[in-house]
Ligand binder design. Structure first.
Ligand code: SF4
Length: 185
């Protein structure tokens, strides 16, 4: 069985990604962070993204064991975890290994699992690991150990620097030490 690759529209139009599912993620099921109450992924998966759920659930299971078969692609940029959240160190390591297997592609992984990343600080140079800030309107975002950047959401337009067009912007994929600010959806 192979990992399912998602083709995006909207903000991620033209970008592909590998995802897990908030429907089976233990973190998503049992965590009530401020940002989780505004979960964009859950909203999408209740509507037009519904048919993807079995694929994202299958990906989560596959990623819990060392991958035997790696996807190979030629995309300029590629995203991990645009839906759901990783639960295990093995899932994180598999994302690191997929990036290493595709050295000509720039990757970005979004996660709130600072504990898992802190326990596995070294990741491939063609991967940016971005902390999904659990707070809304965080007055002083900090980049945790092992992360390259932090992505925070705010209830006003003040200081917003995410143009919401990833394929033309690409800064989360190509730059580091960023404090990205988006208005909450
Ligand atoms: S800053 Fe750019 S690359 Fe990062 S999420 Fe926003 S649009 Fe996408």
């Amino acid at each position: 069985m192979s990992l399912f690759i998602t083709h995006h529209r909207g903000k991620l139009q033209g970008i592909r990604s590998i995802n897990v599912s908030p429907t089976t993620s233990i973190f998503c099921q049992h965590t009530a962070l401020p940002i989780c109450r505004k979960c964009y992924a859950k909203r999408i998966l209740k509507t037009y993204g519904k048919k993807g759920i079995p694929h994202y659930e299958a990906n989560a299971e596959l990623l819990k064991s060392p991958l035997r078969k790696f996807p190979h692609y030629k995309d300029a940029i590629f995203r991990f975890d645009s839906f759901g959240e990783i639960d295990t160190a093995e899932q994180l390591q598999n994302f690191y290994d997929i990036a290493a297997q595709n050295p000509n592609t720039r990757h970005a992984l979004w996660t709130k699992r600072a504990d898992l990343v802190a326990a596995n600080l070294i990741h491939p140079t063609n991967l940016n690991v971005i902390y999904g800030d659990p707070m809304i309107d965080n007055p002083s975002p900090q980049i945790p150990p092992g992360f390259d950047s932090i992505f925070s959401v705010f209830s006003t337009d003040d200081g917003v620097n995410c143009p919401k067009k990833c394929n033309s912007c690409r800064k989360c994929y190509e730059q580091r030490r960023l404090f990205i600010r988006e208005k909450v959806k």
